[in-house]
Design a protein around this ligand. Structure first.
Ligand code: B12
Ligand code: SF4
Length: 482
């Protein structure tokens, strides 16, 4: 329902869910009759209701994310009414299964889903009980029944190709073609990530890491090219190229086998060394998503990010030199952040002017250390808040939301000024930038910097003693884009 949801319309890159396509192809291989109800382009759940009547499934599986919980719970009710066993899987239900069980699901699958879902489907069709099976949490007469964990698949190469034919691939491809001129598709080459950022939700694969062989990846790329004329791919791995030898082999194959594809991926600045970047560019790299997060080393350390500012700077400069577009993820509002840290982030942003970026307010996802840290300061998760996650504070942060919104606007203004370069005189651009900085220091901060409401109540002392910092702001025009 990407069209109706303003949050999704703005942020979501339209690709069919890779987890669902992978589960579907695995079930099919196991002899199960599967259909996928893809809600990406749907306006409501009427199509699903019709589909449930026609297909009359014995089991209905729902992929869950925090943002879409309300809809998932609605679907559970529809499944129940249609006589199907409602089963939830994916990051959100694995992080807080009790909420989904209370909300209408009979079973929540945790961990890798393929074997567990196949097991459930087979048992359901034989009329056997599904509770206490490995990898599941189910509702029982006296509370929840948790089955033992199911081991991960040993060899990801054995997974069948995703069941692309069960969704309207042409609609996705057409969307991309209209928007970018390219026929874009997404794929995964690995599962898991060994790093440990404190705000990252990893309920399914934890810190485990497995990957397909480069040969298997090339097979999937070829299939996308041959079947769907795909010419641009997004590697959706948590982090692409965690193992140097692996990525080098993949890049070599992409070049020697003349795939002629362009691609993008999400990378870590500590792994993306300039020499590797050059090889990636030669193999077709067009854009990199970089988790920069903050311009303050203190904040990177608090987030347990494991990266250094020098690495950010080195990578940003190398990307610029190679002509690869960079998309920066930046985060404001993480506990411990002060106005000086926000200012440092803005200064870093100014120095490198990434082509694309998102500056979101830190979102405490259930199951993360960040969530635990702010658990007793969470704001009621209203629908509005959930829908505008990234722009709405979901917890009592050090400063009021208006202050963060204003800071987000400063990033936006900066980006707009960089874009306006060449159209407006440098002098005027510099003047606007200086004016915004003066407005920030002289008006916005004195008005907006005050403890959040909860902290002002007696007995609550979450916010640090806030004072308006007096950091010198550079009074120079924006740097030129190299
Ligand atoms: C690729 C990706 C995207 C792509 C999606 C591409 C696509 N269409 O698939 C894009 C960029 C669009 C995206 C967007 C967003 N994403 Co995202 N994304 C990912 C990422 C990196 C990989 C997802 C993936 O394919 N994993 C591989 C598959 C195989 O794993 P899986 O989906 O977990 O599925 C397995 C099991 O969970 C289980 N399973 C899953 N579903 C089901 C259903 C049933 C019935 C069963 C039985 C089992 C089951 O079986 C599957 C196979 O083993 C994950 C991180 C991660 N490692 O999962 C984040 C992640 C899922 N994203 C996340 C977030 C927050 C978002 C955004 C909100 C970001 C934003 N602010 O815009 C949006 C939300 C979009 C939306 N409305 O759904 C969070 C979700 C946290 C949460 N609790 O909800 C994650 C976990 C990142 C993180 N660590 O914080 N994302
Ligand atoms: S944010 Fe990225 S690098 Fe950090 S733990 Fe999560 S997936 Fe790994």
């Amino acid at each position: 329902m990407a069209k109706r949801d303003p949050m999704e319309r703005k942020f979501v890159e339209l690709y069919p869910s890779l987890g669902i396509l992978q589960l579907a192809s695995f079930l099919r291989l196991g002899g199960v009759d599967v259909e996928v109800e893809d809600l990406t382009f749907a306006h409501d759940l009427r199509g699903l209701t019709r589909h449930l009547q026609m297909f009359a499934p014995e089991l209905l599986g729902v992929h869950t994310k925090s943002l879409t919980i309300r809809r998932s719970l609605q679907i559970a009710k529809l499944a129940k009414n249609a006589g199907a066993l409602p089963v939830a899987g994916g990051p959100d239900s694995a992080s807080r299964p009790e909420v989904y069980l209370r909300g209408g699901f009979d079973v929540v699958v945790y961990g890798e889903g393929e074997c567990t879902l196949l097991d459930l489907a087979r048992r359901r069709s034989r009329g056997e009980p599904v509770a206490a099976r490995p990898g599941t949490i189910a509702r029982g007469p006296e509370g929840t029944i948790r089955g033992p964990p199911r081991p991960f698949l040993r060899d990801l190469d054995e997974l069948p190709l995703p069941a692309w034919d069960l969704v309207d691939m042409e609609r996705y491809l057409h969307h991309w073609q209209r928007r970018t001129g390219e026929r874009r598709a997404a794929l995964l080459t690995s599962r898991g990530c060994p790093f440990d950022c404190s705000w990252c939700s990893k309920p399914t694969f934890g810190r485990s890491f497995r990957q397909q062989t480069p040969a298997r990846v090339v097979q999937e790329l070829r299939a996308l090219q041959e079947r769907y004329h795909v010419d641009y791919v997004r590697f959706c791995d948590d982090v692409f190229g965690i193992q140097r030898a692996w990525i080098e082999e993949l890049l070599d194959r992409m070049v020697t086998e003349k795939l002629g594809l362009h691609f993008e991926c999400l990378a870590r600045v500590d792994l993306l060394k300039p020499d590797l970047l050059r090889r990636m560019r030669e193999a077709g790299l067009a854009r990199v998503y970089v988790g920069v997060e903050s311009g303050s080393q203190k904040m990177l350390d608090l987030m347990n990010r494991g990266t250094r500012l020098e690495q950010v700077e080195r990578t940003a400069a190398a990307l610029r030199a190679e002509g690869v577009r960079q998309f920066w993820f930046l985060m404001l509002g993480y506990p411990g952040e002060t106005l000086e840290d926000i200012e440092a982030t803005l200064q870093l942003f100014r120095r490198f002017s990434p082509e694309e970026y998102s500056v979101s307010l830190a979102v405490p996802l259930p199951g993360t250390r960040f969530y635990d840290l702010v658990r007793d300061r969470l704001r009621g998760e209203t629908r509005r808040a959930a829908r505008s996650a990234g722009r709405t504070l979901l917890f009592e942060a050090p400063y009021p939301q208006a202050l963060y919104r204003w800071q987000q606007a400063r990033f936006e203004l900066d980006a707009a000024l960089v874009k306006a370069r060449g159209k407006i005189s440098e002098e005027l651009l510099g003047e606007v930038a200086r004016l915004a900085d003066r407005l920030d220091r002289g008006v916005a901060r004195p008005i907006l910097v005050r403890p959040p409401s909860k902290a002002r109540r007696p007995g609550k002392s979450w916010a640090p003693r806030l004072k308006i910092p007096t950091i010198p702001l550079p009074r120079r025009p924006l740097p030129p884009v190299p």
